[in-house]
Design a protein around this ligand. Structure first.
Ligand code: KG4
Ligand code: ZN
Length: 357
């Protein structure tokens, strides 16, 4: 069985064809995976502009889907289902993918499978490495999310903790913006951090000790918070700009910028991994995973491996191409959902704040 996946939740128009294999340990194989990035369009504005994003998806989607079919060596008669990201994301952007997927599924006479964007990110782990030993704890860490999920059975996700304010990727993007480094900030801060001293500035690590009134069903102690760290970076940068007399948006010396990036990155990575391994211990996990755009971070990748090696716990991380938004992960998650009996009818609508259940 082949499935066409479509992803348009944010600033990437993506389509992919994934095929089911006969090997239960490695259930999916990527036939094609096309991503048209809008980064150059949004860079000018320092972040994603929702209306520009939706309009660009409309321009790109036909070409991206045609190319994904071509690369997979099939025509519109060659796929057996269409999977699409239903949410969460920018509603105008999601609507482009959902409407397009509906029309394709209707005209090809195949089932339509709605997929949660984060279920897609989690599936990127299986796509890359094969099935995870369960129970597993997965950290999904991107520009919009920082959440810990417990996976007891394939395709089921139980929320164990999440950020109360900024997502980790968002904190990276905001710190880069305030240092005047450009967009998206994650890869730039990651690169500059490698030349800095990670102990130069003692930025604070936030530790939440109480339940969140907005989520009383969660213990709260495994939640994240990155807005205090971001404010602390802002205060430090403001003080240094004043001391050096470079103006409120002035550039700091390269060496200082590298130290700020390294010190900030140390706190983010340690916070993420402290919680991930605590959660893994608490539920007796047989493996851990990290998915989402921030899983591309070099320090996070290196440190998760070294911490897990000491615990003899297998680690699942996607390749760099599968860590940021793509449609292969949506197609794979769609296949899993299809096999579990989930399809949608033509009333399917985009849902900007869809919950992962
Ligand atoms: O998953 P993704 O492509 O889109 C969302 O669903 O949000 O994640 C994008 C986020 C951005 O915030 C970007 O700055 C961050 O992932 N990111 C990184 C790195 N590469 C991308 N953050 C830290 N280090 C990186 N190397
Ligand atoms: Zn994403």
């Amino acid at each position: 069985m082949k499935i066409l996946g479509i992803e348009t939740s944010c600033d990437e128009t993506a389509a992919a064809v994934v095929e089911e294999t006969a090997d239960p340990a490695r259930p999916w194989q990527i036939r094609s995976n096309i991503v048209a990035s809008q980064i150059d369009i949004h860079r000018e504005w320092g972040g994603v502009v929702p209306e520009l994003s939706a309009r660009q998806h409309v321009r790109d989607i036909c070409g991206v889907v045609e190319r994904a079919l071509q690369d997979a060596g099939i025509t519109h008669a060659g796929y057996d289902a269409v999977a699409v990201t239903q949410g969460p994301g920018l509603v105008g952007s999601l609507l482009v993918g959902v409407s397009f997927a509906k029309s394709l599924a209707w005209s090809a006479g195949v089932p339509l499978v709605p997929v949660h964007h984060l279920a897609g990110h989690i599936e990127s782990l299986v796509l890359q490495n094969g099935e995870m030993p369960l129970p597993a704890v997965v950290l999904v860490v991107s520009g919009g999310h920082t959440s810990l999920y417990r996976v007891d059975a394939p395709g089921t996700y139980e929320l164990m903790g999440r950020t109360r304010d900024d997502a980790a990727g968002e904190a990276y993007d905001k710190v880069a913006k305030l240092l005047g480094l450009g967009y998206p900030g994650g890869p730039i801060v990651d690169r500059l951090a490698s030349g800095g001293d990670d102990g130069a500035i003692p930025f604070p690590k936030t530790r939440l000790t109480h339940a969140d009134r907005n989520a009383p069903h969660l213990p709260g102690t495994r939640d994240f918070s990155f807005s205090g760290l971001k404010t602390s970076v802002l205060r430090h940068v403001t003080r240094r700009r004043e001391a050096l007399g470079v103006g409120s948006n002035g550039a700091l010396p390269q060496r200082e910028v590298a130290d700020i990036c390294a010190s900030f990155q140390r706190v983010v990575v340690e916070t993420l991994l402290d919680r991930l391994f605590e959660a893994a211990r608490a539920c007796g996990a047989n493996s851990v995973g990290i998915a989402g755009g921030v899983s591309a971070n070099s320090r996070l990748r290196a440190e998760v491996e070294s911490r897990a090696a000491g615990r003899d716990l297998p680690v699942f991380i996607p390749s760099l191409a599968l860590s940021t938004d793509n449609a292969a992960m949506i197609a794979a998650a769609g296949l899993r959902r299809f096999r579990a009996g989930h399809t949608a009818d033509w009333r399917l609508n985009a849902d900007a704040s869809l919950a992962l259940t």
